[in-house]
Design a protein around this ligand. Structure first.
Ligand code: HEM
Length: 199
């Protein structure tokens, strides 16, 4: 069992830096230090931020099952950090689209959100993550009481919308979104089973 101090002073900063790696690699590729962004740099950045956003959402959903299976209660101390990283990567994915693809052109943005269903779904997922990130502090959690738990359960909805959004924009090979859909379904079933076993 890891001591609280070890987790706080060593494991947490290490996990924080690890979660930052995808961003550093994208920046490294942008400046051609670690590699390149390829022929379509905007799409490359947007795709990488999107996929990391989804991976972090999945990582948040895995925390409770991992704690139950391993008995490592300290794992839950990473939930907020990983959740905020999920929001951060999805926000970067959105900002690349907003600033580099749409050039902040209001009419194009509204048209894209309203007329391309996969973008509408992604946008709803982003708004859910925004609500979760902005209510993630201990102070707000205490003030909100039981409604905090209900609100934060919507991470499951965000994960479904996120994978649906991914699936919808894929042109041919659905293998990757399918893998995420299967993982999320298993985590959702695990959550439902736990809920109905203990209530
Ligand atoms: C939880 C929210 C979101 C998640 C998890 C997510 C994730 C993803 C993923 C995994 C991809 C595919 C990347 C690939 O092909 O490798 C993608 C594509 C895309 N997303 Fe999102 N996304 C989210 C929200 C948004 C939002 C808010 C917007 C814009 C309003 C957006 C716009 C796009 C666009 C335009 C593409 C297609 C990029 C291309 O042409 O390759 N997404 N997203």
């Amino acid at each position: 069992m890891l001591a609280i101090k070890t987790v706080k002073y060593y494991v947490k900063p290490a996990v924080f830096l690890l979660c930052l790696m995808p961003l550093l690699l994208i920046i490294g590729d942008l400046f051609e230090i670690t590699g390149t962004l390829g022929a379509n740099p905007i799409e490359n950045m947007q795709d990488r931020f999107g996929i990391w956003g989804l991976r972090f959402i999945v990582a948040v959903l895995m925390i409770s099952p991992l704690r139950s299976i391993t008995g490592f209660t300290w794992i839950t101390q990473f939930r907020r950090m990983i959740g905020l990283y999920a929001f951060f990567y999805v926000l970067m994915h959105f900002l690349v689209w907003l600033l580099l693809e749409q050039s902040i052109l209001m009419s194009a943005i509204i048209e894209d959100i309203a007329t391309r269903p996969f973008i509408t779904i992604g946008f709803i997922a982003l708004l859910i993550l925004l609500a979760l990130a902005s209510t993630s502090t201990m102070n707000i959690r205490k003030k909100m009481g039981n409604s905090w738990v209900r609100l934060h359960s919507s991470i499951y909805l965000a994960s479904i919308l996120g994978v649906w959004h991914f699936w919808w924009q894929v042109k041919k090979d659905i293998t990757e979104p399918l893998i995420y859909a299967i993982i999320i379904s298993i985590l959702l079933l695990y959550r439902l089973r736990k809920k109905y076993t203990y209530t």
